[in-house]
Write a protein that binds this ligand. Structure first.
Ligand code: MIC
Ligand code: SF4
Length: 645
């Protein structure tokens, strides 16, 4: 039986296990990336491991999230990140140089390699034929220390593309259509691999946009083949030497195949407030909009800015719309200057911002009360924009610009003949925003601001767990619910005691107080618990408040891994209807939980103060179990290192 591209990359990197889906494996990681909001913690963890220099082929630290400097804290973090990068052999991408995923695709992504990033949209680089996976900061720190990455061998879901996109329809519409069909949990445990004749009609930028939003399906990663289109892109980036061909075998076996005829797709839009709440644009057209933003790691490339500019030639922005451009990288910005795209956008009335995540993570750009904001972003979870009861829609740059012109949600096909967009044979390239580390960093002084607090220590798991249900929530709870972001909370990412005061703040502002009063805490939830970001603060901060276990119907992959890393036991209901037997404020007792973990038990008995007894499942590898018993990954690694002398 032939292999898919995903299986070929995994086979070339596997250090433990085999290619059987669902079984635990470990793979060698070639490259890592971090961004500033997760990076400060990841580097503190790397320091705590005690290695002198990173052991990867390439590690890059990006500053793209916390760009707002309303006091010293973010600026201090930037200096910390720059100094620690030089100390340990990491490339540093300066603030304003661009969003990690866009810059990585441009300057570092390489077919056939593995990339682990402390950001959930790391799979964007899969558009360039690599296996790129999002993870918590501690897993990335371990990869920088030369340790393999542990995961369950994913199923490889084949997406067979035929046909060609129609005018005014673009990559974002492909992935929105997939979100419509599969929902935010349709990709859990899977890598999505695209193949078939339609792939050749998509540029690497298009492929990157599709791979980026595979994350919203809950997928472990998205992989495109590496072909002559990939070569063309790498040549335009003056990185031809990084190319190698990587195609699936003719008889590659996919666990399932989904057919998409690109020619049949229409402009699509995700309505508030979930990326899978997708309909055709024409079904919601005519609604008034107050803000339109082209940006984020999904859609802020030169191609995206160019189509917007071409559509705007001879037209102006509607006076009731704030039309904003967040270029994905300085390369995008500089090239749009050279090509005249920038001038057209400015002339038409666009507000041009610096390169970075900005409003995508609530760092400014909050929309006005009770108005619609149309964004080319990745996520529209409730309140993520910074405005209460926000109405954020996600769409393509084509739909965005058409709506900015008319002031209403508009199917871009109404603009008439579609402009042609050509990309340059060679981009203008300038790497002065990326600082290479010195050969020897031993004498580099690490600069720490007063907001950077040491990592808390956590004790091992007790033999029996008695914990209070301080919160019971429903399905599809996101990490934005658990540990919100935004301009007020993000500057606290290097300060666990301070950030923990905001855990679950949008659901129950008293959660931190109640948790601290309760001693041990358990949170009960529904399906796809912890979807969304890779932020380990959504595990670390609750653990700091006393959360010792979570009992839910199902977990999202990265959040479950983060819970394990910080010693919170992830359990699922053996019988999902037992969820209804638990009330908030019940106390749950799990006798012998530690022993159950260490002896490999598949279930534990949970006794509720409400009088019910039921079974909870422990879907964990042997390694996960040791980590949990030790109270978290750092405790376990330190103990292992001691054993090795
Ligand atoms: C996001 O898009 O939610 C973020 C902000 O990029 C997160 C990372 C973080 O919370 O720092 C992600 O996607 O992992
Ligand atoms: Fe940044 Fe938004 Fe992309 Fe997250 S999804 S990396 S916040 S642009």
């Amino acid at each position: 039986m032939g292999l898919s591209v995903t299986e070929k990359i995994i086979a070339a990197h596997i250090v433990k296990g085999n290619l059987t889906p669902g079984e635990p494996i470990a793979i060698k990681i070639d490259q890592t990336l971090t961004q500033d909001a997760t990076g400060t913690m990841a580097y503190l963890e790397f320091e705590a491991i005690g290695i002198d220099r990173v052991k990867t082929e390439l590690s890059v630290s990006y500053v793209d999230h916390n760009l707002l400097q309303s006091d010293f804290r973010n600026a201090d973090d930037h200096r910390f990140l720059q100094s620690i990068a030089a100390r340990y052999g990491i490339h540093f991408s300066r603030p304003g140089n661009g969003i990690c995923h866009q810059v990585h695709l441009e300057r570092f992504a390489a077919p056939g390699k593995t990339l682990l990033g402390s950001d959930s949209h790391t799979p964007t680089a899969g558009g360039c034929g690599m296996l790129a996976i999002g993870a918590g900061g501690l897993d990335v720190a371990m990869a920088m220390a030369g340790q393999p990455f542990h995961l369950n061998m994913p199923e490889v879901l084949g997406i067979h593309l035929t046909g060609e996109l129609s005018p005014w329809v673009s990559a974002k519409d492909v992935i929105l259509e997939l979100l419509r069909r599969l929902s935010v949990k349709g990709g859990v445990g899977k890598v999505l691999e695209y193949f078939g004749p339609g792939v050749k009609t998509l540029s690497v930028t298009d492929r990157g946009a599709i791979a980026n939003l595979g994350t919203e399906l809950g997928a472990t990663g998205t992989v495109f083949p590496s072909d002559e289109i990939t070569l063309k892109f790498l040549r335009a980036q003056e990185r031809e030497e990084d190319w190698k061909e990587l195609l699936p075998d003719e008889d590659a076996n996919y666990s399932e195949i989904i057919e998409i005829d690109l020619s049949s797709l229409e402009p699509m839009i995700a309505c508030p407030s979930s990326p899978d709440n997708v309909v055709k644009v024409k079904e919601v057209s005519g609604k008034e909009v107050s803000q339109v933003i082209i940006g984020s790691c999904a859609n802020s490339s030169l191609r995206d800015l160019t189509i917007a500019a071409k559509a705007l030639e001879g037209r102006s922005i509607n006076p009731n719309v704030s039309f904003e451009i967040n270029p994905g990288s300085r390369q995008v910005l500089e090239n749009s200057d050279v090509s005249g795209v920038l001038r057209t956008l400015i002339h038409a009335g666009a507000r041009i911002h610096q390169s970075g995540c900005l409003g995508c993570i609530g760092m400014g750009q909050a929309p006005a009360t009770d108005t619609i904001s149309l964004r080319t972003f990745t996520r529209n979870f409730p309140g993520r924009s910074g405005t209460k009861n926000d109405q954020v829609y996600l769409c393509s740059p084509e739909t965005a610009v058409a709506s900015a012109i008319t002031g209403k949600i508009t199917d871009p096909r109404e603009l008439g003949e579609a402009p042609r967009v050509e990309m340059p044979e060679k981009f203008v390239i300038n790497d002065n925003g990326i600082i290479s580390p010195p050969k020897d960093g031993a004498n580099v002084k690490i600069i720490r601001g007063p907001n950077i607090k040491p990592l808390p220590d956590f004790e091992p798991l007790p033999e029996e767990l008695e914990a209070k249900v301080v919160l019971k929530v429903g399905d599809n709870i996101t990490t934005d619910h658990i540990m919100p972001a935004g301009s007020k909370i993000l500057p606290l990412r290097s300060n666990v005691p301070a950030i923990s005061e905001y855990v679950f703040s949008a659901i129950d502002p008293d959660f931190p107080k109640k948790a601290k009063e309760s001693g041990n805490v358990i949170v009960v939830g529904g399906e796809n618990y912890g979807q969304g970001s890779s932020r380990e603060h959504a595990a670390l901060a609750p653990r700091y408040l006393g959360v010792r276990a979570k009992l839910v119907k199902s977990f999202a992959r990265i959040h479950k891994a983060n819970l394990i890393n910080f010693g919170i036991v992830p359990m699922t209901f053996e019988d999902p209807s037992d969820y209804d037997k638990i009330s908030q404020d019940d106390t749950l007792t799990i006798p012998g939980i530690r022993n159950a973990l260490l002896t490999g038990a598949k279930t534990v008995t949970v006794k509720s103060s409400g009088g019910d007894t039921f079974q909870a499942r422990l879907e964990l590898s042997e390694r996960d179990r040791y980590i949990l018993a030790a109270g978290g990954l750092l405790n376990w690694v330190r103990a292992e290192l001691k054993k090795d002398g």
